[in-house]
Write a protein that binds this ligand. Structure first.
Ligand code: ATP
Ligand code: MG
Length: 416
């Protein structure tokens, strides 16, 4: 028997079809059973009529419970009243895997759904978000591949920190300790002297101790590092990437975005150039809203939100005024989804770098290999990291970053 997906069956529209999947909903009377079948592509209503079928098949139909897996053969036709506009009149039905009483019913708490995440993944909400997630990964790869970048990888075990010690995960490494990677940057800076234009999409690990709706302890970062690029070049590249991702998702995930209540027209307006403001200007905006920040302090989540809500596109905040961070930038998503990109034109002066490391409490001796990248033919170069889950949260209208990854990890969430 050859099976087609529910989507293909609806495209076919008439005649006999073989479909298989899981029972999304079921309702019986003593003459009829209505089974809504779900597969990865869609759902479809299947009607079982006792009078038209053998006793055997009718008895199978009575055993169908929520989320059991089954194969169905029947005639498909248009039906306005059915949930997705088509209905299958069942001629044969076979249960493949029975389902005990499925634990997820209506109106359950977010914590319960996280405990049952392995089952909650089957919901239309999670399925929609995960399809968008897949598109975001595809878009990132396509963006860089089309420009001739090489996809490369850095080790997950790192002897040193990259983002500061407070969020480092220590792991036992034979008789020693190592750290889980926080970013590929140092290794990427070595690789560009060979490959010039590179990118990666990789897990990153940060022991985030605060409970926020936008930090995971294991998240995916898309990072790029580009030789010869100055700050202006990298800003342009970062803007182009974000526009490319949004466009790709709008083109490939219209159904999912609609299901998630996302305004597609609004996303279509995300085009370059993005507004750019300096750090000092950001402080002025906040001051007008009654928030005083001491010059030099990082913007916190709430402050980023106030700024992002004033724009319909992502905003780039540069920090030309501070000699220490003059070549850094952050990109903040609209509507309070937080920082989606952090990047910079990299420092190339070894003495400056040593000073910065000492200030962070690091031992510069451990970075001798890295300083070699500056000793042997250094070039100006720039890079950034994009938080993949933050972008997905923004595109999917998702108020918690935990919903943007199949099995989230935070300080308090480690199961399933
Ligand atoms: P934040 O201030 O929001 O913690 P950061 O300044 O620590 O961000 P970077 O080191 O610049 O972030 O990392 C690059 C990008 O990775 C960020 O812009 C963000 O999109 C994403 N990111 C950083 N930390 C996390 C995290 N814990 N969970 C999910 N995404 C993250
Ligand atoms: Mg951080």
């Amino acid at each position: 028997m050859e099976f087609i997906s529910i989507k293909q069956a609806m495209e076919k529209g008439t005649g006999q079809v073989n479909v298989r999947g899981w029972c999304y909903r079921v309702r019986n009377s003593n003459k009829m059973a209505f089974i809504v079948l779900r597969d990865s592509t869609d759902i479809i209503q299947c009607v079982v009529e006792k009078s038209k079928l053998s006793e055997d098949i009718w008895n199978q139909a009575l055993k169908v419970t929520m989320e059991c897996s089954l194969e169905i053969t029947g005639d498909i036709k248009k039906d306005e009243r059915a949930p997705t506009g088509y209905e299958v009149s069942v001629s044969s039905l076979k249960i493949i895997g029975e389902s005990d009483s499925f634990p997820i019913t209506k109106d359950q708490s977010p914590e319960f759904l996280l405990d049952k995440r392995h089952l909650w993944l089957r919901s239309r909400k999670m399925t929609s978000i995960l399809k968008v997630r897949s598109s975001v990964f595809q878009a990132i790869r396509k963006f860089f591949n089309d420009k001739g970048f090489y996809e490369e990888h850095s080790p997950m075990f790192s002897p040193t920190s990259c983002e500061g010690g407070s969020t480092l995960f220590e792991v036992k490494y034979f008789d020693d300790i190592m750290y889980l990677t926080q970013s590929w940057q140092l290794y990427a800076e070595a690789m560009i002297s060979a490959l010039e234009k590179i990118y990666t999409i990789s897990p990153c690990f940060r022991a985030e101790k605060s409970k926020t709706s936008r930090h995971l302890s294991e998240f995916w970062m898309a990072e790029t590092e580009i030789a010869w690029f100055k700050l202006d070049d990298i800003l342009k590249n970062a803007e182009d990437l974000v526009v490319f991702i949004v466009k790709y998702v709008v083109e490939h995930n219209e159904e999912e975005l609609k299901f998630l209540d996302q305004d597609i027209e609004k996303l279509k307006k995300i085009k370059t150039p993005f507004p750019r403001i300096t750090y000092t200007k950001a402080l002025e905006i906040l001051k007008k809203d009654g928030i005083e920040i001491e010059w030099g302090k990082d913007l916190r989540t709430t402050e980023e939100d106030i700024i992002s809500k004033k724009y319909e596109k992502p905003v780039i905040i540069t920090n030309y005024e501070n000699p220490k961070t003059a070549l850094c930038f952050d990109m903040i998503a609209p509507e309070g989804y937080g920082e989606i990109i952090g990047g910079s034109e990299r420092d190339t002066d070894i003495e400056e770098m040593k000073k910065a490391l000492i200030e962070q409490g690091e031992k510069p001796e451990k970075y001798e290999w890295y300083f070699d990248t500056r000793r042997y033919g250094k070039v100006p170069h720039s890079g950034y990291g994009l938080g993949v889950e933050r972008v997905i949260a923004w595109l999917c209208n998702s108020d918690n970053i935990k919903d943007t990854i199949p099995f989230p990890r935070t300080m308090i969430r480690r199961m399933p």
